[in-house]
Unconditional design. Structure first.
Lengths: 204, 206
């Protein structure tokens, strides 16, 4: 597991040094996380989307700090705790296709494994041909693409195709959506404040 | 408080007969609420927005004899019993929300915590001071509004801003963004949730 955090720190370091609009948030993550904290034990768990698509996603690593993080996760894949989120939306039939094709792996946050009370870092896995519908939260969010080419939409902006190693920012409260095509998507999603506040699906 | 609950029940009976996309929600409210059960009164509060604007908002209601005016009159009569809440304390670091929160409050009427207890519906009265912008927000709960006092501008999803007057009924489907802009008149509205009554609300910035 330590290997994952070494790669995560290196990815934050590289993103912080970039001229991307996400750089300040990545610097905040790099500086605000206690990298020496003891890792909390996790309860290994998987999800169908992980069983079906994680290895396929890992075949899409390119060269760069996000790929290095992905390879560290792949090398430590045994015993990871992949979970579903959005329990409050499990009764919504319009979201069933998304919820079946999405899982997250928490790396940093109040629940650990690396405990941090005011910031979170997670990997997300989204199966191919899946729409993660528009949603919003107060938390400012930065993303990084580990593997897979997918499209993102922010607010009323047009959809943008993003390649592996891309990093980008979702400002506080902005709607955003993610659409995969033929490839699964493995990405990094981080919040820098208000980590206990909710995510709400925005339908219109 | 019985005066307000009775006036609200009468309003719902009237609104359920008006047809449109809010009809079924008012019918639901009429059927799931035990209107004659006991009312538990909380400790009342009188925040500045209520102190300054409640009476004015009630004065900008519909004509005498209308269901909306009956609610406005009952709220005014029960004003000393109301406990007002701010539901956006976690937005205290956002400047526009600080302005909004100083001039907005709601008082619950029906819900899990009363005053009239109901586990299937949440209903309250909201008060927004004049010249105040309530930024776009969204929640999973299906929401229905009725304007009780004050004419202001309301926006739903991508629709244009629409002027809404006392007696107007507004449906907010699950997850849709909505925003309100008061002008000269403060706004007093009856609002209720008929699904997911513990839904969180998120301010949506684009």
């Amino acid at each position: 597991m330590k290997e994952i955090y070494t790669a995560l720190h290196a990815a934050f370091e590289a993103a912080s040094a970039s001229d991307n609009e996400a750089a300040p948030a990545y610097a905040k993550l790099r500086d605000g996380i206690d990298w020496s904290a003891t890792l909390r034990a996790t309860a290994p768990s998987s999800r169908p989307v992980v069983e079906r698509w994680f290895e396929t996603a890992c075949s899409g690593f390119c060269d760069g700090p996000m790929a290095a993080l992905g390879r560290a996760v792949q090398a430590n894949a045994e015993g990871l705790e992949w979970i579903a989120i959005y329990q409050a939306y499990e009764d919504d039939p319009t979201l069933a296709g998304f919820l079946d094709n999405y899982a997250i792996l928490r790396l940093v946050g109040p629940h650990g494994p690396l405990v941090c009370e005011d910031m979170t870092v997670a990997l997300t896995l989204q199966g191919p041909n899946t729409l993660y519908p528009p949603h919003a939260h107060k938390q400012e969010e930065v993303y990084g693409v580990l593997a897979g080419t997918a499209s993102w939409q922010r607010g009323a902006e047009p959809w943008i195709t993003r390649q592996p190693e891309a990093i980008f920012l979702h400002t506080s409260g902005v709607r955003h959506a993610t659409r995969t095509a033929g490839e699964p998507l493995l990405s990094l999603a981080c919040w820098t404040h208000d980590v206990t506040l909710p995510i709400v699906m925005v339908t219109a | 408080m019985q005066a307000t609950i009775s006036a609200v029940r009468n309003f719902c009976e009237w609104a359920a007969l008006q047809g449109g996309d809010t009809c079924s929600e008012f019918e639901l409210a009429l059927s799931v609420v035990e209107w004659d059960s006991e009312i538990t009164l909380p400790e009342p509060t009188n925040p500045p927005v209520a102190d300054w604007h409640l009476e004015t908002a009630c004065g900008f209601s519909d004509e005498i004899g209308s269901p909306a005016r009956a609610v406005a009159d009952a709220v005014l009569a029960d004003a000393h019993l109301l406990r007002w809440f701010d539901m956006y304390e976690h937005y205290d670091d956002e400047p526009d929300m600080a302005v909004f929160r100083r001039s907005y409050a709601y008082t619950p009427l029906i819900g899990l915590d009363g005053p009239l207890v109901c586990g299937e519906l949440f209903m309250g009265i909201s008060l927004q001071g004049p010249d105040i912008y309530y930024p776009p927000h969204a929640h999973k709960a299906v929401e229905t509004y009725a304007i009780i006092g004050g004419t202001g501008d309301w926006k739903r999803g991508l629709e244009p801003w629409t002027s809404r007057a006392p007696g107007d009924l507004i449906a907010h489907p699950s997850g849709i963004r909505h925003a309100m802009q008061s002008n000269v008149e403060p706004l007093l509205a009856l609002g209720f949730w008929t699904t997911d009554i513990d839904s969180p609300i998120v301010i949506v910035r684009g």
